[in-house]
Design a protein around this ligand. Structure first.
Ligand code: TXE
Length: 492
């Protein structure tokens, strides 16, 4: 089946086909066609024409919202099928994939509602003869480049607001996990997206992603992925002064004060870091613990980490799946080696699993390191895998300083029963999301994004819609008259 969608037609790509691999057992799920340079040109041209001459940007917002609601209904209809495919492609558990589909559905509904009521605003100029208003218009052709850890979810955070605002899009999913993005485009087609409004190109970053970021026909790039790629995209986009929104991961502190309920914090610290084998931009990979609690907490977390059941994401008994690829596992093993070389103390994991049925897949045991210092590579860099590092603190100031001592700034958490302290720490942390006595939840109505090198721009919430809009000021003087500024020529 053709897997590229350009100008309202499913089409074959002129690039080399690629095998999509199931990380549970390294089997081939499907072979997909990929785009070549001519496909990139055709997709951008289709999106350009649909934006410049097509109906979509001029369609009433309420009708665009109707399309998003139809997509949400179709997602509900196909939930099980999509969730299964996401699990095959990423290795995450079926429970997680089902939650992802529910979240994606909620995002489409949220932006449908928001777009329908987004009428711009009037500005009071103090002049009765002037109507000053700010209207919201789409940016244009948006390239949406997404990663492999939450393929469908990350795409929804971009495509729903982009379409709600009236843009046209060219989607470039990760070459590692393209399948559910193709499914979503099929639903957009079924829901009635006009030709050229939604296009999808499969292929890798070098041959498909990079040309989109340089293309003069593209007005905006929205990217989620690694720091180095984000930096390359920002450089590439500078040539044509594109709008760029980038979400580049994090190194997220999870700060625990000793007055917290022990079982609650053990349980949540494990979930914070080991969910989806740690391949989460907001993973709580840096546990920062008050001295008096430190030893007991480390011991219990280590004991419980050793018991996490790895397996096939399709098996209901599985608690954690594999890493996404052999290359990614090699990167994790390198981080483990560097942590040991730098003097971190291995408390759990640090190895591949022994079970015979897990040998073909890209599994790695949940790993805990204690005695970590902030200058260690494993503490400074985003490992994006099942590695927890533990540091300790004595005072509140120290905890805040440690939590902020990172180049990233995506998310963080503080656990304490002292609500004054919780608020102080939450306000002092330089991260885009801070949880108090929780870790991980988000809602479509609240902004998500990073400080510092975690990126710029915001997804979700009203700001997540504004990312895809130009805010144009229209000044209407209803009683035009000479200004009489330059009077030396004599007024007529
Ligand atoms: O991501 P890449 P990778 C982090 C995580 C991970 C690291 C590398 O630490 O280990 O990034 O992962 C496309 N121009 N995150 O290498 O390369 C690529 O095809 C345009 C954090 O897999 O950033 C894919 O579609 N596009 C994270 C997308 O960019 C390019 C999620 C992401 O791939 C391109 C994933 C180029 N020059 C990884 N090069 C998060 N923030 O959630 C690649 N791409």
């Amino acid at each position: 089946m053709p897997s590229l969608y350009i100008d309202g037609t499913w089409t074959s790509g002129s690039g080399d086909p690629a095998e999509v691999i199931n990380p549970f057992d390294a089997s081939v799920i499907e072979t997909v066609e990929q785009a070549g340079p001519d496909d990139v040109e055709r997709a951008v041209a289709a999106a350009r024409t649909a934006f410049d001459d097509g109906p979509w940007p001029r369609t009433p917002a309420a009708e665009r919202a109707d399309l998003l609601r139809r997509v949400a209904d179709l997602l509900v209809r196909d939930k099980e099928d999509i969730a299964r495919t996401e699990t095959l492609d990423t290795g995450k558990t079926l429970v997680e994939s089902r939650i992802d589909v529910d979240d994606v559905t909620a995002v489409f509904r949220y932006y449908a509602d928001l777009a329908a009521h987004d009428a711009g605003r009037l500005v009071d100029t103090g002049k009765p003869s002037v109507v000053s208003r700010v209207v919201h218009e789409p940016v244009g052709v948006c390239a949406l480049i997404t990663p492999w850890n939450y393929p469908l979810l990350q795409l929804s955070w971009k495509v729903a607001p982009a379409l709600a605002a009236g843009n046209t899009v060219v989607i470039k999913p990760s070459e590692v996990t393209p399948l559910t993005s193709v499914m979503l485009v099929r639903l957009l087609e079924e829901a009635g997206a006009p030709p050229g409004v939604v296009n999808i190109l499969l292929g890798d970053g070098r041959s498909v992603g990079a040309p989109l970021t340089e293309h003069p026909g593209v007005d905006m790039v929205s990217f989620t992925g690694g720091l180095a790629t984000g930096q390359a995209i920002m450089r590439a986009a500078a040539g044509t002064v594109k709008r760029v929104a980038v979400e580049l991961g994090g190194k997220n502190p999870n700060i625990v004060f000793a007055d917290t309920d022990f079982e609650t914090v053990v349980d949540n610290a494990l979930t914070a870091v080991f969910l989806h084998a740690g391949q989460v931009c907001s993973a709580g990979a840096r546990l920062i613990v008050e001295d008096s609690l430190h030893d007991d907490l480390v011991a219990e977390i280590g004991r419980r980490a050793e018991r996490i059941r790895l397996g096939n994401g399709l098996d209901e008994a599985t608690e954690s799946g594999p890493l996404v690829s052999a290359a990614h596992r090699a990167k994790i093993e390198d981080y483990v080696a560097s942590a040991q070389a730098e003097g971190a103390r291995l408390v759990a994991g640090g190895r591949r699993p022994e079970e015979p049925d897990l040998q073909k897949g890209f599994f790695y045991r949940p790993t805990v390191f204690a005695d970590c210092r902030r200058d260690m590579r494993v503490v400074r860099e985003e490992t994006f895998g099942p590695i927890l590092t533990v540091e300790r603190f004595t005072t509140e100031e120290e905890a805040i300083a440690l939590g902020n001592d990172t180049d990233y700034g995506l998310s963080g958490a503080v656990w304490t029963n002292d609500s004054g302290r919780a608020e102080r720490v939450a306000r002092a942390l330089r991260h885009g999301t801070v949880w108090i006595n929780d870790f991980g939840p988000y809602v479509p109505g609240a902004e998500w994004g990073g400080f510092k090198r975690s990126g710029n721009g915001r997804e979700l919430g009203p700001t997540g819609l504004a990312e895809y809009q130009e805010h144009k000021h229209i000044w209407h003087n209803t009683e035009p008259a000479p200004a009489r500024w330059f009077t030396s020529g004599g007024a007529r």
